[in-house]
Design a protein around this ligand. Structure first.
Ligand code: URA
Length: 230
């Protein structure tokens, strides 16, 4: 890997800024100042930028407590995105594994590992996702039965897979589903004549939203959490 590329991958600097830093003599490689941007970095070399050792980041895996109003995009000119909530040096090559609507809150997973996010979102793995759903009208026994059997969604030829409903209050349920179709929870509740007032994702598979995370806060996943989605 070229030196400028290494710096751009392991620090907040862009490639252009990295080249400037190299020319300015701010970069040391194995104890020597290197001023050539295109030189290849020897394997295992110690790279110092302005006195700070840089390491190439490995894959990153994060959970974010997504607040309402934040969009599931990496870039958006009008709205705050999930990536805007993270420190810039964390966001390189990061993508969202399982989008949420702008008004949905709760567990969002972000990673640099494309294969992992593919597994997390793959319909084949059928990872269970748990949502807390506030409803505009009380849930009925008939609606629960339909949701737990499988419901036909508007403009969708296949019924949903059986869901699991836990009634917390008349207008508050926990819904567990194994699929991730577009606006699935809202469409499921609409199909049984109700309406979602607020939606919050609590878990994906064995990864449960950390209750110590305030809305907008994030943390890295533990090795166990990462492995649980493998
Ligand atoms: N289902 C929805 O309708 N919206 C979400 O954000 C997630 C699941």
């Amino acid at each position: 890997m070229r030196l400028d590329q290494f710096i751009a991958s392991s620090s907040p600097l862009s490639r252009k800024e990295a080249r400037r830093a190299i020319h300015a003599g701010s970069v040391g490689v194995n104890g020597e100042i290197w001023k050539s941007t295109g030189t290849h970095v020897p394997t295992g070399a110690q790279i110092i930028l302005e006195g700070r050792q840089l390491t190439l980041p490995g894959e990153r895996y994060l959970m974010l407590n997504k607040p309402a109003g934040v969009v599931s995009a990496t870039r958006d000119n009008e709205h705050t995105t999930a990536l805007d909530l993270l420190p810039p040096e964390m966001t390189r090559n990061l993508h969202i594994a399982g989008r949420l609507d702008a008004d949905t809150t709760g567990l969002m997973l972000l990673t640099t590992d494309g294969q992992w996010s593919h597994r997390v979102t793959s319909p084949k793995l059928e990872l269970l996702k748990t949502y807390r759903v506030s409803l505009s009208t009380p849930i009925t026994d008939a609606a629960i039965e339909v949701l737990e059997t499988g419901v036909m969604l508007h403009n969708d030829p296949k019924p949903t897979k059986p869901a699991h409903v836990k009634v917390l209050e008349q207008q508050l349920i926990e819904l567990r589903i194994s699929e991730g179709r577009y606006h699935q929870v809202k469409r499921m509740l609409a199909a049984v004549g109700n309406h979602v007032e607020a939606l919050h994702r609590q878990s994906i598979g064995k990864i449960v939203l950390d209750l110590t995370l305030e809305p907008g806060a994030y943390r890295e996943l533990t090795e166990q959490e990462i492995a649980s989605a493998g």
